[in-house]
Design a protein. Sequence first.
Lengths: 726, 262
Amino acid sequence: MSQQFSRRDFLKLAGLGAATTAVLTGCGPSSRYVKREPYQQMPEYNAIGQSTYYATTCRECAAGCGLILRTFQGRALKVEGNANHPLNLGKTCARGQATLQGLYNPDRVTDPVKRASRGSDSTQPMDWDTAVQTVADALTNYKPNEIAFLMGTAPDHLFDLVTDLANAAGMNAPIRFGALSMFEARATLSKAAESLFGQAGMPSFDLGGADVVVSFGANFLETWLSPVSYTREYARMRRGNPKQRGYFIQFESRMSQTASKADEWIPLRPGTEGLVALALGRLVAEAKGGSLPRAFSGVDPAEVAAAADVSLETLEHVAHMIVSAHTPIAVPGGSALGQSNGQTVAEAVLALNALVENVGKSGGVFLSPLSPNQDAYHQPASAKEMQDFVNQMASGKFKVLFIHGVNPVFELPKSIDFKGALSGVEQVISFATFPDETALEADYVFPDHQGLESWGYQRVVTGTSQQVISGAQPVVTPYFNTRATADVLIAAAQLAGGKFAATLPFKDEVEFLNSKVSALMGEADGSFTAPDPVTFMAYFQQYGGWWNKSDVRVSAGNSNPLNRNIAGIEADFVGSGEYFFLPFVSPSLAETGANKPTLQELPDPTTTVMWNTWIEMNPETAKELGIENDDVVKVVSDTGEVEASVYLYPAIRPDVIAMPFGQGHTAYGQFAAGRGVNPSDLLGAHFNEAGDLAFAGTKVTIQKTGKKRQLSRKEGLIGVYEFRPE
Amino acid sequence: MSTNLELPMFTNNSEAELGGRWGMVIDKDLCTGCQACVAACSMENNVPFVGEEDAGYGRSMQWIRIERLWEGLDGDYREVKMTDYQPLMCQQCHNAPCEPVCPVYASVHSMSEDLNLQVYNRCVGTRYCANNCPYQARVFNWRDYADYRETNTADNDPRWSVFQNQLNPDVTVRRRGVMEKCTFCIQRIHQAENQAKAEGREVRDGEFTTACAQACPANAIVFGRIDDPESMVSLAAETSRGSRLHEELRTMPRVTYLAGGA
């Protein structure tokens, strides 16, 4: 054996070259990327056909799961979960798997462009120097308070950068928003926890340690908050304890994918979730004996049963399950919170947890810990805050709007007229990677890299009891002529000079990240330590982030949360129609999946429909109206109307009509555009007490159109409806 | 039910052969139907998409499908139940009905791995194998789906080729007229075996797994050596909840399903 070390030996010795280990990329600006090479010029460590693996963070939703990307000769081939990452422990969801189709997609924005006019397809390509100058001019030509930033849900490094910039220069604080946070009703959960426990923070539910789970519309197996970690916890609840299988009850007017896994699906009349939770609280408190807590004293279970269209025996049975359980837990979420009384519902359900004394205990409710470098914890904006923002736009308060990582023209209800309000803004600059509806209304599009080409970090807000800063690094060279938005802003700030330059005195994005990440070095109980910042940053990328070794669970502060009144009111519904309208987020598409053909072709778990929008209707209702499978009907609300094919769904209340959110794009690439309809067109600007959208608080009418359009389904229909033998 | 394996066509020679080699256990109680396995499989195995119309004809190419059925449709809607989700892929039968019907030996049995192979360059597309598969686990390339222009023939834009950057070089890209199915990620099996051989050892349990099992957020899929009684998959299969699909056909599938419920 030769004594000389080749680069390959070095990597082997360093333990970095072998499969399933992340190989570091360099940190200097010129060596920031591993090059994509033609096949005849492979980098040495690929010459023997070995793949290279990089740890990074998934950007498909705001949960922040850790990924390991398999790359081969500079191409990203396969998404795998990061087994060390505390949030997902090596697992991914379907959307995480398909993130490669967002990277390698023919419809991406390939160059910085200037749009001929808003809404027009015609664009003029620009060079990046001019683009950076445009951003610098926008920063200097307007007063700081005339400049606004709108960003995606995830609290990431770019949000920190913009926050620093905004604070120093006196600009408006950046607003974060996303369709998922709107449908998750994050603000509601957090405000309810604050009102009940006297402490702010996102509640997180330790399903894995519970033996009876009672969920009120929480779709935690689909898209809610952190679906991968909640699915793992669900599995632990079911089979984690070999002696006892966990029991799961779901109250929901429609059998969602989550409810389909419940032992008991109990359909209730929409809007009565809070009453049912209080009634259960009363029944449980009575069974346990002692004095009745004030929170549950004002409710009559028999009346609630009648209002909710659930039998009293059923409620008594559920109460009995809760009383006889060791570690019961109640989970509020989804459509139960997206109603006019959403916060009351959340409080009633959290009170149920306080009653069974599981707050801060294993198998119970925790408040998510804040990350160590998260000094100003910031929730994504609620729909109400977005409406205020839109009003300010329309009134001309903002002269410049920067948009990154969010598509409000598509996601917000049409009644909150984001598109219209853009006319009040002189200059709209989008950093979109895809030509989505909002980018189409922007004067300039300066495309950011796709997530797998980007540096960064992201805070994990919920889903784990550890503090997690998930790290991201590029796994491939940028495929198109895109540039990191952080780099663009740093360069523009340098050009703009003054306070801007002083706030961001960095050479590039990586230097900015180093400055932020190295602040974690002194933290105790970290997952790794390093003698110097350079090594620390290298480990940060190799491990895919930094987290606490042990759980940092925050239990509630208020010792007696039940000694208060919770107003047991039914939700109000807007509209004159006779059917409750229930939009839900498509489990496979969610907010960003529609441009990825593999996700479009994934059958919906419950209906097996692919590639389009459907309307779920109970077969009884359809029979009354004379509607059959695949008939196109018009759904009309006070604020809009949409047309789509009917799917006869047997497990939905006859007075409820449900539709998935995720389709109905008018732009966003060829796989998304012109496909299906958007249920948020039907939603009015109605909010709950916490300012979240009352998305499940609309009533609609159904009109026949006489048309028929077949839905593509995975299932066969034989034996289901048409072909049932007599 | 007693199982008589002494059928003239399918005679097994040894106990070891009956035991099989690679196997899978799927816990239907844990499966949430989330489709992560389907997406992961498609990404690993270069499974193309076919578009809305062909998907509606039942031509989608996914190697796994997640079945679900309804119960209680005749009664009140409150009593309607969904059966447990059942991910279904090629069951890698020991006595595989797809094998004897292939006129060109494209559907053959690997004696060393005890898996059903599909030799793409032998396949002439008679589709007899799919016809004879009791699990409907096989999918046919009705068009050149892997050439993504095929899903949108009007578009000859060269940008289409960007999708091909992601193709896994370890897995053949299939063309029109060829039958395909789940391979138990044989490229991963071979890679692990080669690695183990180079290091002079056996493949360790859990050293690698299939793409579907790797992604599954609920850990509902376990893959490994079923001839090793100590392996995770053998231990998982040893429960009263376990059963195999269509056992009465004596296909001896290598996938064990664990029933849901208490």
